[in-house]
Ligand binder design. Structure first.
Ligand code: HAM
Length: 418
C-alpha cells in the first residue's frame, strides 16, 4: 500500500470543515477591515527564502523542501508566505508610496519533526499590511486577530504575548551583549544554542533546555539596548491596546524564528495544545521590501496556523455537509423523474438535496435518508409515478407523511423551508 508522506496530513471531511469554518470567519473579518485576498505561488526560487527568511534560521538551514526542476533551477516549496508576498509587491510595483492590505490562505511546507500540531505540510492564513509605519496598524492587525478568536469562541483560550526587537542597530548591540554574556557558559549550553552562539545568538532565547534557560535568567535583555524610536513605537502600541481593551503580556523572550522582524513582534499562544501552543505569530518587517531591491517600505503582518487552531475545536461537531432533503425512489423511471425534480428544487429553492444513488431497498434507502441529517425525505415509488405525485415524509420531530402533486412540490417545499 502506498501511504501519505510522513508529516503530511489527510483532512477528512469533518476536519476540513473545521478549517473551512476558520477560513470563512477570517474572510469575513478581514473584509470588515479592508484587506484583499491574494493568491500566490506555492513554489518560489530558493534564493528568495535564503535572502529574506535568513540563512541562519532553522527554516532555511534544515527545513526547506528544495529541489532542482527540469531546468536545473533551484526551487523551494514555500515554508512561509511573507517572503512570497514581498516578492509579489515588489514585482508588481505595489509597495512604493502606497498602502496595501493583503491576506492569503494556503499550504506551507517545513521539514520539521512531525508531532501533534506540527506537520510538514500545514495551512496558514497570512495577513500583511504594506506601507504603514505607525503603531496604529500594528494594533489593527492585533485587533482583527482578537476579533477572529472571539468569533470562533476561543477568545478565553488564547493569550497575546508581545515584544519589541528595536531597530537593526539595537538588535546588533543586544546580540553582541548576549554573546559576551553567554560565551563563558558556552560548554553548559544545549547543542543548538552552542551552534547559535555564532550563527544566530538571539534565537538562544527560544531554547527550551532547562540549563540554558537557567543561564539566560541573568542575561542582558533587549529592553536595555532599545533605541528611542522603537521604544516610543512600542509604548504607542501598548497605549492603543490598553485603550481598546486587548489584554497582553510583554514577553522579552519572544524573538521569532525568522530573521526579518524589527520592532513589534507577537505571538498568540494557547495552553490547550501542549508544546505546539503558538497558534499565530507575526510582527514588523520594515526592512524586507528594501532587502529585495524595493524602496524602504514599512510592513507588518502575521500568520495563523489552521491545523493548530482546528485542533482546538476537535471535540466540537462541525458538520461537513448540511442536507435539507433526501430523495429515494423505486424503479428506474421513478429514479429519472426524481433526478429531474431534484434539479428543479435546487434551482428554484436553493435546497441541498441528496438523491439516493446505487442499489438499495426502500427500507435501507430510508435509513440513509435518516442518517443524512435531512429534514425530509421525498419518496417516488410506482404509485407516486403513476399519479404524478410525491410522498413527503418528515424525518424529524413528530414525523408524518403526505402526498403532494409533482406540479405543486416547489410551492409546498418553499413554504415548508421558509
Ligand atoms: P511562523 O511563526 O513561522 O510565522 O508561523 C506562523 C504560524 O504557523 C505558527 O504560529 C503556527 O501556528 C503555524 N505553523 C508553523 N509551523 C507549523 C507546522 N510545522 N505545523 C503546523 N503549524 C505550523 C510565519 O510564517 C510568518 N510568515 C508570519 C508573518 C507574517 N510575519 C509577518 N507576516
Amino acid at each position: 500500500m502506498i501511504k501519505a508522506v510522513r508529516g503530511m496530513q489527510d483532512l477528512q471531511p469533518n476536519k476540513k470543515a473545521r478549517f473551512r469554518r476558520i477560513e470563512d470567519q477570517a474572510r469575513k473579518i478581514l473584509g470588515q477591515y479592508g484587506y484583499e485576498e491574494v493568491g500566490l505561488p506555492i513554489l518560489e526560487t530558493t534564493g528568495l527564502f535564503q535572502r529574506l527568511v535568513g540563512g541562519a534560521t532553522d527554516i532555511v538551514e534544515k527545513e526547506m523542501y528544495t529541489f532542482l526542476d527540469r531546468n536545473e533551477e533551484s526551487l523551494t516549496l514555500r515554508p512561509e508566505g511573507t517572503a512570497g508576498l514581498v516578492r509579489f509587491v515588489n514585482e508588481h510595483g505595489l509597495a512604493f508610496n502606497q498602502t496595501q492590505k493583503y491576506w492569503y490562505c494556503g499550504p506551507m511546507f517545513r521539514y520539521e519533526r512531525p508531532q501533534k500540531g506540527r506537520y510538514r505540510q500545514f495551512d496558514q492564513i497570512g495577513v500583511e499590511c504594506i506601507g504603514l509605519a505607525g503603531p496604529d496598524i500594528d494594533a489593527e492587525v492585533l485587533l482583527l486577530s482578537a476579533r477572529l478568536w472571539e468569533s470562533l469562541g476561543i477568545a478565553d483560550k488564547v493569550a497575546l504575548e508581545l515584544n519589541t526587537l528595536g531597530n537593526v542597530e539595537s538588535r546588533r548591540a543586544f546580540s553582541s551583549g548576549l554573546v559576551e554574556y553567554l560565551t563563558p557558559f558556552a560548554a553548559e549550553l544545549d547543542a543548538d544554542s552552542q551552534r547559535r552562539l555564532t550563527t544566530n545568538p538571539m534565537r538562544i532565547l527560544d531554547s527550551k533546555a532547562p540549563k540554558t534557560q537557567e543561564i539566560l535568567a541573568n542575561a542582558p535583555v533587549l529592553a536595555d539596548y532599545l533605541d528611542d524610536e522603537s521604544r516610543q513605537h512600542f509604548d504607542g502600541l501598548c497605549a492603543i491596546l490598553d485603550a481598546v481593551g486587548i489584554a497582553y503580556q510583554v514577553n522579552p523572550r519572544i524573538v521569532r524564528g525568522l530573521d526579518y522582524y524589527n520592532r513589534t513582534v507577537f505571538e498568540w499562544v494557547t495552553t490547550t495544545l501542549g508544546s505546539q501552543g503558538t497558534v499565530c505569530g507575526g510582527g514588523r518587517y520594515d526592512g524586507l521590501v528594501e532587502q529585495l531591491g524595493g524602496k524602504p517600505t514599512p510592513c507588518v503582518g502575521f500568520a495563523l496556523g489552521l491545523d493548530r487552531l482546528a485542533l482546538m475545536f476537535e471535540d466540537e461537531a462541525t458538520p461537513s455537509k448540511v442536507i435539507d432533503v433526501y430523495g429515494v425512489s423505486v424503479g428506474e423511471p421513478a429514479k429519472i423523474q426524481l433526478i429531474r425534480l431534484a434539479e428543479t428544487l435546487r434551482s428554484e429553492l436553493g435546497l441541498a438535496i441528496e438523491v439516493h444513488h446505487g442499489a438499495g431497498k426502500l427500507k435501507s434507502q430510508m435509513k440513509r435518508a435518516d442518517s443524512s441529517g435531512a429534514q425530509i425525505a421525498l419518496l417516488l415509488g410506482e404509485d407516486e409515478l403513476n399519479e404524478h405525485s410525491l410522498s413527503v415524509r418528515e424525518l424529524r420531530g413528530e414525523g408524518g407523511q403526505v402526498r403532494v402533486p409533482q406540479a405543486e412540490i416547489v410551492e409546498y417545499l418553499r413554504a415548508r423551508f421558509s
